[in-house]
Design a protein around this ligand. Sequence first.
Ligand SMILES: Cc1cc2nc3c(=O)[nH]c(=O)nc-3n(C[C@H](O)[C@H](O)[C@H](O)COP(=O)(O)O)c2cc1C
Length: 125
Amino acid sequence: MLNTDESIAKLKNCTKCHFNAPTSMLVCHNKDECWVRKYDGALSSPVDAVIVTTYMMLACQNEGIGTCWVMHFDPVAMREMFGIPENTEPVALLVMGYSSDDAKPLDLHFKSRPIDETVFYDHFK
Ligand SMILES: Cc1cc2nc3c(=O)[nH]c(=O)nc-3n(C[C@H](O)[C@H](O)[C@H](O)COP(=O)(O)O)c2cc1C
């Protein structure tokens, strides 16, 4: 939870996408405390962290608080600023605040690719 003047100032060294949010949360996963798929070494923890982040966004919305998911941050700076240990990877920064009355989605929100370019039934083309 980043919501003090000091932590907000530190956050501004890590991302331009802080939007002057009064509160942000940095969701991380712990590489040493997760299930590992034996076939290829894939970790479950990044997936878990993404699921958690999604539910956090929904919970915030339920409380009338807007969020923006931010991936555009410098993970090295984030580690240095907040003393994040080696085994812990920052995944998603959720910047939070009350949305302005005229808040609206970006233009890309209204564009989508045809479904046959994104859903495949038995093979990839
Ligand atoms: C994985 C991921 C990373 C994102 N990173 C950023 C980011 O760094 N900066 C930002 O302003 N928005 C970021 N967003 C938010 C998107 O710009 C967008 O507002 C959000 O996904 C809503 O999408 P939609 O308009 O298509 O519903 C990110 C979203 C996702 C899912």
